[in-house]
Design a protein around this ligand. Sequence first.
Ligand code: ZN
Length: 697
Amino acid sequence: MKAAEKRLPKQIEELRELIRHHEHRYFVLDAPEISDAEFDQLMERLKKLEAENPSLITPDSPTQRVGGKPREGVVQARHSVPMMSLDNTYSEDDLRDFDRRVREAKRHIDVVSGKETIEYVAELKLDGMSMTVLYEKGMLARAVTRGDGTVGEDVTENARTIRPLPLSLAPSALAKTRLPSPFEARGEVILGRSAFERLNQEREEAGQPKFANPRNAAAGSIRMLEPSVVAERRLDYYAYALLANGRVPFPEHRRVLETLAALGFKVNPNWRSCRDIEEALEFCREWESKRDALPFEIDGVVIKVNSVALQEELGATAKAPRWAVAYKYAARQAMTNVRDIQVQVGRTGALTPVAILEPVALGGVTVSRATLHNEDEIRRLGLKIGDAVVVERGGDVIPKVVRVQTSERSKHGRALREFVMPQHCPVCGGRVVREEGEVAWRCVNTDCPAKLKESILHFAARKAMNIDGLGEVLVNQLVDTGLVGSLSDIYTLTETTLVQLERMGEKSAQNLLTEIRESKGNGLDRLIFALGIRFVGERTASLLAEHFGSLDKLAEASPEELEAVFEVGPKVAASIHSFFREPRNGKLLEALRKEGLRFTQERKAGRTTALAGKTFVLTGTLDHWSRDEAKRRIEQAGGHVTGSVSKKTDYVVAGSDPGSKLDKAKALGVAVIGEKELEAMLQPGFLTSRVRKRVVS
Ligand SMILES: [Zn+2]
């Protein structure tokens, strides 16, 4: 072996150490010593050396952050010590009460000590998702989300992609702490403001729904299945607790934070040791006004008893520790005027009224719109266009209107206008319908430009028309380029037009066209489901196809005729009826008919048995069959089995010890039969007229 080769392992490890040092400077301390370009050069050199010497790659190499395969699914993991949530307090008095409880408990425990005040540590409360990271022999071994506090989700591969989180700890630093192995570092996964804004902008450009707040974005990201996508999200991790052998390995919480930082973890530097609760309160007040200057969202301050011995004495209730509490900040509010109320149409066709505001500064951002949710909310607020309102921003990007300042109405003769919900979709002019029990008005036009992407995705879904390859990315391209302006346009796509799209090769274009062509052979039930009629799921679609046998008959059916179908109630019937009353949907259906989709369905042979289309309810114990067995046989013969007796029930099958269902059947005059009659009905060639009602006394 040449001398140069012998030195290689050491040389590579030194390079890794250097990169780790700069990663720490950049991602943890936010104080880089070299430029990004210089850093990239170091990484490139390491990658090259490792590529030439793959046997020298170690799992904790900075190049190995995104190495894992996609997760197969959710793997659960039990926490060594529960990850409890904290009790919340909302006022200074609440916080003083907390302090009083701690002091009383301490007096009880420790009568000798004359010391009356309790030392606390106050930390900013980061608004993200809690996660614990296990280190074995200084190496990141496992990361688990908080979950329900007892069991979380194993997200190790994703956690490895979080740049501020060390994959391994410097042996010298670790030795100094005298921490046993293994130990856990607990903390919060968050998404900083700028990473959050960038992510939402990318999602908007890609036609994907935006995240409402950084917390949702962080929680959603850490649980994704594909580590390489997680890596692009730029998640951050702040550690705030240490556990070894189920206990805090230091006598003071302060030491925990100092040790975490010394080990290279990112610890929020804005924490303070407080001699008593008043100092902690001072910290809370201070950060309430300074929080907008932080690069991430906080929703309050966490106050912990500093003495770990006292923490252990205080213990916990069933859901929260008694030695720590969260002081939550009130949502930020501001007063402004409503210039107008506009209506937006969401991806599902829901109409959402939005208040257009006179721009106002709120929580570090200028706010010019606020959501009003729905028509009822406007009525509840008593809001009119031109009103002065109080808007509030919690953790969410979009603020909401909290109340109307009616006292302002009398001032300088404001001209107020009543808001009226539009009677047609503001995007396509289609019918809007508000279904019974729903708060939102919705556009029923499947081809509505606001809904089109969702409509196509639903149409192509596996349980609908099952067009493999027509996924989100392609649908966005097709709609954004204008190649598809109506659902029916997917049947007019050609190879020539498809290959012009980015990332679309000849082969995949041909495969897609085959899939699209083959979808024309799908049954009527799939087509009905694929149209995206609200409340019409797979099962209802199949029952409708069976009942009407043709799309034209379904389209012409009155609400009463629709309600005659098994399992179709007034709400579903109304939704189907209004769908077919929209002329734009009629146009779509004609286009689909021209493309040769199947608009009719032959009746199943099963309809000719005595049980076909009949509804049964089972009650009591049967002699020969279990309930499941009886249910299976009835369904095989074309009947339905439901759980409760109604006017639509044809037969109640009563075994021994029947329940209240029998009484209900009697009250409604529903036919009651026994097991023998059911067996007889299941015989081929049995005629319904021979069913003998059991004599009930
Ligand atoms: Zn519309």
